[in-house]
Design a protein around this ligand. Structure first.
Ligand code: 6MZ
Ligand code: ZN
Length: 373
């Protein structure tokens, strides 16, 4: 998705390099990563569909939408993914798409949903996600190539009680592959103090926490979130000098999603994206997709966009991909194993491509022995 056809924003060579690079995805929402073809199919199957198919297609194909329109689209997606079967299928497909994109490790986040009319509880929703993961591994011939952990999302529309319920569930499922908690949802809705006790609880029980922050201008909330010191933080598009300094001093890893931010007009253009400002100071940053199904992108495409917009060499892109290991919610031993796996994959790629002009370690010509690694 997103990269097969020519994209005028980067060169085919940049995309090919980024595709071959083993990558880590740390910010992807399950229902936002649904394949557009699956959205259309599920919508057709549904009796009394919430939206006409042409209208849905129009919404999906729109290249720019406000955050408000984005959340309308999520409401539509949620109304066509109400069954356990749909959730199981989407999970499998998301992993298939990520593995095909050379994502070797993913922290996939989703909001557990209770839908009594469907006989769905938050637990059974997550069981469906786990079945989707199992389906992927059962069918994949390259199963070892992608590892996955889950982050349970709290939606900003939720009450304190609902949020706490999700936090308790996450703690119970800690040994089943749930690595942490996320706070997301429409940034114009709700108050930080509502969900903070749930995030405290998760942290006290050994889970990591990431929050969406500064997606819209809300300096008091952004400051409170930073002061709470999440383990990672997503977006941070709307900052003033004080918040920027607070963030830089915190050294909290930033999950940055270029297409999402440009598409929703949280930042005006790729070139103006704050990725460059933070990355150039050495602040920990990781490129992520947010919602591949909503923003018609892939992680390779996000790397290629960054390469083109900020003039990143292949060596810099490789360093960026490898640095993400440190920002995962894995244990140190697991991080070491992942880094070894990625370095080995990069080495194989380098050897396989030794006659091509692209070296995974540097931006030089690898063919004539110009690469010194
Ligand atoms: C565009 N920027 C964004 N900002 C904030 N929250 C977002 C988001 N993109 C996605 N989500 C959150 O993820 C949910 C969909 O996946 P799940 O149903 O949880 O799997 C959305 O409903 C929203 O709560
Ligand atoms: Zn997000």
């Amino acid at each position: 998705m997103g990269g097969e056809e020519r994209d005028p924003l980067f060169t085919p060579e940049q995309y090919i390099f980024c595709q071959a690079l083993p990558k880590i995805e740390l910010h992807a929402h399950l229902n936002g990563s649904i394949r557009p073809s699956t959205t259309e199919e599920l919508s057709q199957e549904l009796e009394g569909a919430p939206i006409s198919l042409p209208e849905l297609q129009r919404l999906i194909r729109q290249t720019s939408r406000t955050l408000g329109e984005c959340f309308q689209l999520f409401d539509v997606i949620h109304r066509i993914t109400t069954t356990h079967e749909a959730i199981q299928r989407i999970t499998r497909e998301v992993l298939e798409d990520m593995a095909a994109d050379n994502v070797v490790y993913a922290e996939l986040r989703t909001t557990p949903k209770a839908r009594p009319e469907q006989g769905m509880t938050k637990e059974s929703y997550l069981d469906a996600v786990f079945r989707g993961i199992a389906d992927y591994y059962a069918a994949s011939r390259r199963a070892a190539d992608i590892q996955v952990r889950l982050l349970l999302s709290i939606d900003r529309r939720q009450s304190a009680e609902d949020a706490m319920d999700t936090a308790r569930l996450a703690v119970r499922l800690k040994d089943e592959g749930v690595a942490g908690l996320d706070l997301s949802g429409n940034p114009s809705v709700g108050q930080w103090d509502t969900w903070r006790p749930a995030l405290d609880y998760a942290r006290q029980h050994g889970l990591k926490v990431t929050v969406h922050a500064g997606e819209v201008w809300n300096p008091e909330e952004t400051a409170s979130m930073l002061a709470w010191r999440p383990d990672r933080i997503g977006h941070m598009c709307c900052l003033d000098g004080t918040l920027e300094k607070q963030l830089l001093d915190s050294y909290i890893p930033l999950e940055l999603c270029l297409s999402s931010n440009v598409c929703t007009e949280s930042v005006p253009s790729y070139g103006a994206h704050h990725f460059s400002a933070f990355h150039s100071t050495g602040h920990p940053v990781v490129l992520c997709t947010d919602d591949t199904g909503v923003f018609a992108t892939s992680l390779s495409r996000e790397y290629a966009l960054a390469a083109a917009a900020f003039g990143l060499s292949n060596e810099k892109l490789t360093q960026l991909a490898l640095a993400a290991v440190d920002y995962t919610f894995l244990e140190p031993g697991e991080q070491r194993a992942l880094r070894d796996q990625m370095e080995a994959a990069i080495e194989v790629e380098r050897i396989d491509n030794s006659s091509s002009p692209f070296c995974l370690f540097c931006s030089k010509d690898a063919g004539g022995g110009a690469c010194s690694r």
